[in-house]
Write a protein that binds this ligand. Structure first.
Ligand SMILES: *Cc1c(COP(=O)(O)O)cnc(C)c1O
Length: 406
């Protein structure tokens, strides 16, 4: 019965799979064009130590990423420890005391709450940066509220989160991002348009930096690392902002001239080379799991007939037991730590208890098949990733045999 359900779902998804594969080919070409343009060679993979002056592997990785994302400059670094760190360094780089940060896609990702408004911990608020936001409206930007918010001249950074985060909303398409950046400029805004690009890379044919954003930021243990990068993050965009952000990442006097990596940069190059394909595997896996669960009567987001704009998928469960069962099934189907029994825990940076399946080669990597959920009503699991479509399908058999018991 499970095999039939999966086969039927695969049939019904043929058109969406073809679409994802076409995007992957387009992005693979884009990535290879950039590799060829930058004449990537074995010498770019050699280790560096100490200050890393003249580290060609580091410098060329930056220009490679800038070219792939259609931007002027980039900071791509194992010294950026996570997506939250990349976003924090980026925001502290572009904002100054007295400025206002204006989020136009609702609340930023959970781990940014304290970065923005924590008390007495060195947050943006502690340094005199104000914050305001407006919600999305019916899945799109609220143009009236944005125009209104921009009348305040202290707004220096407009913030957009491309992916859903822990929200029951679809990710924002590049078409919507292009429309809103044009609108923001039409209001006379001359500051920085800043995009949290986590989970969005290579899902579409263009990136925010090609659609009017000044800065895009993400993690290398998500899409852009291709499942191979062992750690790191990136910040990409306009040269003037990247120079300022480089001064925050290291020190204002030395910026991007320093930074070494004794393991060499091979896995970052190889990761971004693999990323378009891996993202396609994750997209197809997410579609398959979504389609099967919808057939069983669960509600998923995005709905199965809507094109996905990030690699995450949310599923709504009726009970806490179903939710935990689902996350546990993902863990049991993992290549690493398949034997552990998961429990909810107080994860740093999150407001509620979280349960997280990450039986991954790289700790916490969510381009690898992974799932997590805050323990609160309504019971929603977010899952994402999958280095191979086959792994997603295998996990689905475990998920289905568990769920059909409830
Ligand atoms: C994952 C994520 C972050 C934070 O990245 P970490 O690497 O977990 O710190 C921020 N924003 C979005 C939308 C994310 O998906």
């Amino acid at each position: 019965m499970i095999d039939e359900l999966i086969m039927e779902s695969e049939k019904s998804l043929e058109a969406q799979f073809a679409c994802a594969e076409e995007i992957a080919y387009y992005n693979q070409s884009k990535v290879l064009d950039a590799f060829r343009k930058n004449k990537i060679a074995l010498r770019h993979f050699v280790p560096s130590t100490g200050y890393g002056y003249g580290d060609e592997g580091r410098d060329t990785l930056n220009t490679l990423f800038a070219d792939i994302f259609g931007a002027e400059a980039a900071l791509v670094s194992p010294n950026i420890v996570s997506g939250t760190h990349a976003l924090t360094v980026g925001l502290f780089g572009v904002l100054q005391a007295g400025d206002t940060l204006f989020s136009i896609s609702g609340s930023p990702y959970d781990t940014l709450t304290e970065v923005i408004s924590g008390k007495g911990i060195g947050s943006l608020a502690d340094y005199g940066v104000r914050f305001k936001m407006c919600e999305l409206s019916g899945g799109d930007f609220d143009f009236d509220k944005i125009a209104d918010g921009l009348k305040d001249e202290s707004v220096k950074v407009v913030f957009i989160q491309r992916s859903r985060g822990y929200e029951w909303r679809d990710a924002l398409s590049e078409e919507k991002i292009a429309r809103v950046t044009a609108f923001i400029r039409a209001q006379g805004f001359t500051g920085c348009i800043f995009v949290d690009n986590c989970y969005g890379e290579f899902v579409e044919k263009t990136e925010p930096t090609e659609n009017g954003a000044d800065i895009a930021v993400g993690s290398l243990i998500k899409n852009a690392g291709g499942g191979i990068a062992p750690t790191g993050g990136y910040i990409i965009g306009k040269r003037e902002y990247i120079d300022r952000i480089a001064g925050r990442l290291t020190a204002p006097s030395v910026g991007a001239e320093v930074g070494s990596y004794a393991f060499g940069y091979q896995y970052f190059y190889e990761g971004v080379f693999l990323a378009p394909h891996v993202v396609c595997q994750a997209i197809k896996g997410g579609l398959l799991i979504g389609a099967c669960l919808e057939k069983l009567g669960y509600t998923t987001s995005p709905a199965i007939d809507v094109p996905p704009y990030d690699i995450t998928r949310a599923i709504r469960f009726d009970t806490k037991e179903q939710l935990i069962g689902f996350i546990q099934a993902v863990q049991e189907a993992s290549p690493v730590d398949s034997f552990v029994t998961l429990e909810p825990w107080d994860m740093p940076g999150y407001q509620e208890q979280v349960i997280m399946a990450a039986g991954t080669f790289v700790q916490g990597s969510s381009i690898e098949l992974s799932a997590d959920a805050p323990i609160k009503e309504p019971y929603i699991a977010y899952f994402q990733g999958g280095l191979t479509y086959e792994h997603c399908k295998y996990a689905l058999t475990k998920i289905l045999s568990k769920l059909t018991k409830f």
